[in-house]
Design a protein around this ligand. Sequence first.
Ligand SMILES: [Zn+2]
Length: 218
Amino acid sequence: MDKQKNNEQAFIRNDQYNFIAKQVSHIINAHATVNHADTLDGVKLHAFSKVEEMLPEMTEAQETLLNRLLEIEEEMEAQAFLSELKQYVIPFRKVSKKTVEKLFPKAKKLQMPDLDALDFQRLSYIGWFDTRAHKQHLIVEYQGKLKGISGVFDNSSTQGICSLCNSLGDVGLFVTRVKSGKETYVNRGNYICKDSQSCNEQLLDLGKVETFLNHLFQ
Ligand SMILES: [Zn+2]
């Protein structure tokens, strides 16, 4: 189900959707492993309180929707709930081929991302590898504006913690040149996931992305 509610009804970001999905998986795991009813209730309430903490300004309707989390017992129910919840995800800003070109004015023969293949509701950022330039390009939203960032990317396989999603996985060193003074630049390197799609699906806290961007744009 890829329908999308209008903007008024959409109220969670991709990272918040991931966070809720994680709480749902805690609940399912508890159902599979915990026999004691009180303990199980505790797990559920804890999961829900974490969601409430993340979304402190929920309307009554939003709370009713998310309350259903407490009734989930099995994987099938979880999938149905999450696919319904996806309609309430605010998509990443619309990006066209023209926008991409504008965001990377210095790139020669920029290799385009496959925009049609992207599910904008499941993105906190857009990332793709440019096989010609051996660069990873990122499109992010920073302080209300879309920004393009290109970095030399070491595409060989390394296991590490990604600076964007903070998960352990297949990462590469992403090296960008950032301004350090009026006319001076330094190279800054961060490990980020090689697979931007799975990174977006693992991202639980947009704050981490903001920290990453603050380091680049400060
Ligand atoms: Zn990542």
